[in-house]
Write a protein that binds this ligand. Structure first.
Ligand SMILES: O=P(O)(O)OC[C@H]1O[C@H](O[C@H]2O[C@H](CO)[C@@H](O)[C@H](O)[C@H]2O)[C@H](O)[C@@H](O)[C@@H]1O
Length: 252
């Protein structure tokens, strides 16, 4: 699989968060973002005319927390919520999850290694600290799904999630691409997880560039090793975009 090329000024850049911008950590709140990342993102966004968005399974509020003080266009909860480049928000109606929360909370109370993450309209059951309970978690979430017909089950990195069926990172990318300043640009998507595969397919169908971060089977045609390699690519992309801007300046 190929190393990704560097982008031109006509690129629209979409970046996943966990496992792409930040290394996977033991706990969702234990994530650390390298100090160079936020300034690089801000500079890249400026060089691309604002056409840079974070597309994550996390709520946008958490992305803002980790990248503070930067607030980028973003899609959160796998696309169930979206903050456009003009600052306007779009949210899918949040399904009521009360009917299933009790049994999932009881499962986590019985097994302290499990972690239930309640998002607006979605739930993630983490078993990173109790990998032997994967089967039990899958059974519990499959049972919960039967009571939530508008939800879909999604596997991630040592997590099983229930998210609105209508939400997807592919749909979020297409929605950004219909708007200024993303419209008319070539889409690029970097992601590390199976939850990013639909977005990989979406950008490649539009003659864009999909980059898988890390190991694993993927439909993406490009790959980098880890978030540190993504950070290095961002720095090189910035240098190339700055040189292109310099060349494009009118001579006196
Ligand atoms: O779409 P992403 O930005 O990649 O978010 C996917 C999920 O990431 C988080 O969970 C994962 O990362 C945690 C921190 O590294 C890790 O502890 C966990 O095992 C991973 O599954 C987040 O907690 C989820 O809400 C996101 O959906």
């Amino acid at each position: 699989m190929l190393e990704p090329p560097l982008p031109g000024p006509g690129c629209a850049l979409f970046l996943d968060f966990d496992g792409t911008l930040a290394d996977i950590a033991a706990h969702p709140q234990a994530v650390r973002v390298a100090s160079s990342v936020t300034p690089s993102l801000a500079a890249l966004a400026a060089a691309l005319g604002g056409a840079l968005a974070v597309v994550s399974g996390r709520p946008i509020a958490e992305i803002d927390h980790f990248l503070a003080p930067l607030q980028l266009p973003a899609a959160g909860v796998h696309g169930a919520e979206r903050r456009r480049a003009d600052g306007a928000w779009q949210r899918l109606a949040a399904p009521a999850l009360d009917t299933v929360l009790g049994s999932l909370q009881a499962l986590c109370a019985a097994h302290p290694g499990l972690l239930l993450e309640e998002k607006s309209g979605a739930i993630a059951l983490h078993y990173r600290q109790a990998p032997l309970l994967e089967g039990q978690c899958l059974a519990a979430m499959t049972q919960a799904l039967q009571q939530l017909p508008d939800m879909a089950l999604m596997r991630g990195k040592q997590v099983i999630e229930l998210k609105p069926r209508a939400a997807g990172k592919d749909a979020a990318v297409r929605a950004f691409l219909a708007e200024t300043p993303f419209q008319g640009r070539q889409p690029w998507f970097f992601g590390d997880d199976v939850t990013d595969e639909a977005a990989f397919e979406a950008v490649q169908a539009l003659d864009g560039v999909a980059v898988k971060v890390g190991e694993g089977i993927t439909r993406a045609r490009h790959r980098v090793a880890d978030p540190a390699a993504v950070h290095r690519w961002m720095e090189e992309a910035l240098r190339k975009l700055a040189a292109a801007a310099e060349t494009a300046k009118p001579t006196r």
